[in-house]
Structures are given as structure tokens and as C-alpha cells.
Design a protein around this ligand. Structure first.
Ligand code: NAD
Length: 489
């Protein structure tokens, strides 16, 4: 059923538009506002308060003041807040999904999938909160004891991108709450509304004032710059592009901050000669088209054994052609618009350059007419030195190239500065182990096109970043270790 304009307006009216500082929704000190647009129409959805440096500092003041008491709360209390937040997000799943579709563009069914995935971090870390163990042991010399305990690292700055508005926030906020850290969350200016609604839900779930502060603003550096220099900040967790991550790491070095960096990706999707081809096509479609290709885990380079490349490409092109690009609120939409006009121009420039370098268009290859920033689902047959293989595409474009041996496939897969997600399609489990051993990626999907899970450690190697989110590892990013050497009586 198509979502009515009344339903959209009713939801938008209920979204808090202020800055959340010390438990209060405030206006920006500059009096300025920031417009949030619908990428399917280019029209303004809502204007929100636009934070500047003074507001960011007020948010850090609140986080720093709340840190001591928050660190002393019982783990069970923190766990229960997260569990209530999980229940509330699920209760309001339709609101969260519609809001993400409106501000980010993804189809409603996908937005609902993100609600499930994003909410799971709240449940997972609720469960982890009370099972985060230290250790106690006798020294190897047999005399004296070693006690190791975890403490919250301290106030954390959380910076999130626009592509997964809920999941990127919960993936950081939930482990920080579990560990006992206070926070300043800075959502992306293109999609801040979901974070504002999520912050309201965290308040409803009982999070004390000052623990989570949210400052959205048009100038990211006006918010993060001064905070990164402040000695009260102890941690920065960033998800976004590699160039911005590098800059933040340089700032973090000045203040010796703990960092987690979830950066760009250029995922290879390997299809071996023994792969189940229909499953590979289905996986390829999911790995490429989830979020319109605007995902750090998006398959970007389809490396297919030469004996099956023709059949795979034909089937994949057919599946891409059957996609229905439309505003995400339309019931039959399977692909939404790209986030803005600049993003669409970038994608088209990559396609144009690939074609000039010898790529053949199997399907798509152009912008779509009409309002919104739609791009045709595209499959390109490319030579294996095509420039498009060297870059993160962030759009619905799938370059396919071939290999002839397993060694060559591994070499091509590793020929990227990124090392986030990778995908292998083969019926041979031994090959899965052999290839996984040799490919330089933080995550491997074995006959699976979507592998993100709150219980699994998400993260990359090389220029894809440092640290892991989710899994047992996720909470470690927000804790520090204290060792107590105990003399025997
Ligand atoms: P981006 O780097 O432009 O922005 C990410 C966030 O950083 C936003 O909140 C933005 O406002 C902020 N930012 C930008 N410049 C800043 C600065 N100078 N100082 C402080 N903050 C700054 O990235 P994006 O376009 O929002 O997101 C797309 C990128 O994110 C892609 O490269 C994608 O691969 C990556 N990403 C990675 C993961 C992961 O988990 N590895 C997940 C999603 C997206």
C-alpha cells in the first residue's frame, strides 16, 4: 500500500528537531536551522536546529559531567535500558522505517530490514553488558596475583554517515552504553532525523540526562574539531569515508584518543567455476543492490571464472533489469534514488570513464529522467585493469571481469587498498578456507551476499579502518583495561 502524504506529515511532525544536550531538547545557539531533504523528490522534509561549536562544547560538558555517575551504574541497569530501547524501536518499527525511507531514500522493505538489524545491536549489547568479564590469576612465578578489570574509556564522540541512519547509530551507541561511556553523537547532516527519533527513544527507555547528547549540524568540523582537541574527550568512533577518517586519526593523535575507524570498502565478489550460479546471482543482487549500492560492504568488483562468466553476467543483467527504481514509499519499489545529485554525478562519471576504458554496458549505464536522483541498475563487462575496479562506486553499478585460476582470483581480490567485506561463491569448503586465508579482508561472505549481524565483528583491514563493531569485540572498543598487581598476604 502506498504511504499517504498525511501519514508522512504526521510522522514528520512528531520528530524532535532540536539538539539533545543534558537531557533537554534545545535550540541551536546561533538560531540557525538546517533543511533535511527527500532525495526522491528534492523537497524539504523538515528543518532542524543547526549546531555550532558552542553547542558541541555544551554537549561535551554534559557528557563529561555525566561520565562519573554513569560509569558507576549497575551493569544490569544499563542492560535493561538497552533492552527497553530495543523493545521501543521494534514497537515503532514502521515509524523508523518510513523516516529512513523519507530522508535517505531506501525502499520501505529495506528500511524495515535496517530497523531489525539496527535494533539487534541494542538487544545484543544489552546481553553483553552483564557478561563482560575481567580475569584473576596467579603470576607465572607462583607468587602474587594479577587482577584485570575493564573500565569505560570515557566520553566518546560518535560520528555516523548517512547511508544507514539507524544501524550506524545503534552500532555505536549500544556498546558505549553497555561499557558505561557517555557520548556526543554527530549524525550526518543529510540524514539526522532518524538519530533524533532514536535519541528520544533512548530517553524514553530511561537513559539518564547527559549520557547521550546529539548535535546535528551543517558543519561537521565545527562540531568535531574543538571536541577532538578537548582533553575530556577520550574516544572517537567514526564511520565514513577513508579521507575523513585519516584526518580524524591525525586529530586523534594530538589528543592521544582511542579511535575506531569504519571506513570505505571495495568488496570483491568471487564466483568460482563450481559455484551454484543461481545462488551466486541472487547473492550478487543482494550484495550489490542493498541500499542502492550505497554501502561500505557493497560488492564492487565481480570477479567471475571465465568458464561461467557469460552465463553469470547474462543472468545478473536480467535480474538488474527487472529492478524497479522508484520512491521508496511506492509498494513495488526495489531500488531508491541516490542520496543527492553530486553522488549521482560521481557514479555516472565512473561509468563514463569505464566505457571510455573499454567497458561494455550489459544493462543500464545512465541517469534516469524525472525528479529525484535515480540511476539505472547497471552491469558492465570490464577488462581487469579498468579504473572503475579501483574505486568505491557507491551506486547501483556492477563491473564484471574474469579470472582463470584461483591464484589470479586472489591476486585480483587483493589488488585494492581497501579490505572490508568480500564474498566467495563456491561449493568447495576447502577452497573457502584456502581463499579466506589469503585474502586481505576483515569479513568474508561464503555463499552469502549479506553478512552483517549484530553478533559478528564488523570491520576492515588496510585502508578500510581499525577496530570492530558488534560481536564480543564491539564492547572492547569502549573500554580500557586496568591491571592490579596483588601481593600475596
Ligand atoms: P563522510 O566521510 O563524508 O561522512 C561521514 C561522517 O563524517 C558524517 O557525519 C560527516 O558529517 C562527517 N564528517 C565529514 N567531514 C568531517 C570532518 N572534516 N570532520 C569530522 N566529521 C566529518 O562519509 P559519507 O559520505 O557520509 O559516507 C559514505 C562513506 O562511509 C563511504 O566511504 C562508506 O564506505 C563509508 N562507510 C563505512 C562503513 C563501515 O562500517 N566501514 C559503513 C557505512 C559507510
Amino acid at each position: 500500500m502506498t504511504v499517504t502524504a498525511e501519514r508522512e506529515q504526521e510522522l514528520l511532525k512528531s520528530i524532535p528537531t532540536g539538539l539533545l544536550i543534558n537531557g533537554e531538547w534545545r535550540d541551536a545557539s546561533s538560531g540557525k536551522t538546517l533543511d533535511v531533504e527527500d532525495p526522491a523528490t528534492g523537497k524539504v522534509l523538515l528543518s532542524i536546529q543547526d549546531a555550532n561549536t558552542d553547542d558541541a562544547m555544551a554537549a561535551l560538558d554534559a557528557a563529561a559531567a555525566a561520565q562519573k555517575d554513569w560509569a558507576l551504574t549497575a551493569p544490569r541497569e544499563r542492560a535493561e535500558i538497552l533492552r527497553r530501547a530495543f523493545d521501543l524501536v521494534i514497537e515503532r518499527a514502521d515509524d523508523f522505517a518510513l523516516l529512513m525511507t523519507l530522508e535517505m531514500g531506501k525502499p520501505l522493505a529495506e528500511a524495515r530490514g535496517e530497523v531489525t538489524y539496527g535494533a539487534e545491536f541494542l538487544r545484543w549489547f544489552s546481553e553483553e553488558t552483564v557478561r563482560h568479564y575481567g580475569r584473576y590469576l596467579t603470576t607465572p612465578e607462583g607468587k602474587n596475583k594479577i587482577l584485570v578489570q575493564h573500565k569505560p574509556v570515557g566520553p566518546a564522540l560518535l560520528i555516523t554517515p548517512w547511508n544507514f541512519p539507524l544501524a550506524m547509530a545503534t552500532r555505536k551507541v549500544a556498546p558505549a552504553v553497555a561499557a558505561g561511556c557517555t557520548m556526543v553523537l554527530k549524525p550526518a547532516k543529510l540524514t539526522p532525523l532518524t538519530s533524533l527519533l532514536f535519541a528520544q527513544v533512548m530517553q524514553e527507555a530511561g537513559l539518564p540526562a547527559g549520557v547521550l547528547n546529539v548535535v546535528a549540524g551543517s558543519s561537521a568540523s565545527a562540531i568535531s574539531g574543538p571536541l577532538m582537541k578537548d582533553r575530556r574527550l577520550r574516544k572517537v568512533s567514526f564511520t565514513g569515508s577513508t579521507p575523513v577518517g585519516r584526518r580524524l586519526m591525525a586529530d586523534a593523535a594530538e589528543n592521544v584518543l582511542r579511535t575506531s575507524m569504519e571506513l570505505g570498502g571495495n568488496a570483491p565478489f568471487l564466483v568460482f567455476e563450481d559455484a551454484e550460479l543461481d545462488a551466486a546471482v541472487e547473492g550478487a543482487l543482494a550484495a550489490k543492490m542493498r541500499n542502492m549500492g550505497e554501502a561500505c560492504t557493497a560488492a564492487n568488483r565481480f570477479l567471475v571464472h571465465e568458464s561461467v562468466a557469460e552465463e553469470f553476467t547474462a543472468k545478473f543483467a536480467e535480474a538488474m533489469k527487472a529492478q524497479k527504481p522508484a520512491r521508496g514509499t511506492e509498494p513495488d519499489a526495489t531500488v531508491g534514488p541516490l542520496i543527492d545529485g553530486g553522488a549521482r554525478d560521481d557514479v555516472h562519471a565512473l561509468v563514463t570513464e569505464a566505457v571510455q576504458a573499454g567497458a561494455e554496458v550489459a544493462v543500464g549505464g545512465d541517469k534516469m529522467e524525472g525528479e529525484g536522483y535515480f540511476y539505472q541498475p547497471t552491469v558492465l563487462k570490464v577488462p581487469n585493469d579498468c579504473p572503475i575496479l579501483g574505486q568505491e562506486i557507491f551506486g547501483p553499478v556492477a563491473p564484471v571481469t574474469t579470472f582463470s585460476t584461483e591464484e589470479e582470483a586472489i591476486e585480483l581480490a587483493n589488488a585494492s587498498e581497501y579490505g572490508l567485506a568480500s564474498y566467495l561463491y563456491t561449493r568447495d569448503v576447502n577452497r573457502m578456507f584456502r581463499v579466506s586465508e589469503q585474502i586481505e579482508f576483515g569479513m568474508v561472505g561464503f555463499n552469502a551476499g549479506v553478512i552483517s549481524n549484530a553478533a559478528a565483528p564488523f570491520g576492515g583491514v588496510k585502508q578500510s579502518g581499525l577496530g570492530r563493531e558488534g560481536g564480543a569485540e564491539g564492547i572492547e572498543e569502549y573500554t580500557t583495561v586496568q591491571y592490579i598487581g596483588i601481593a600475596d598476604p
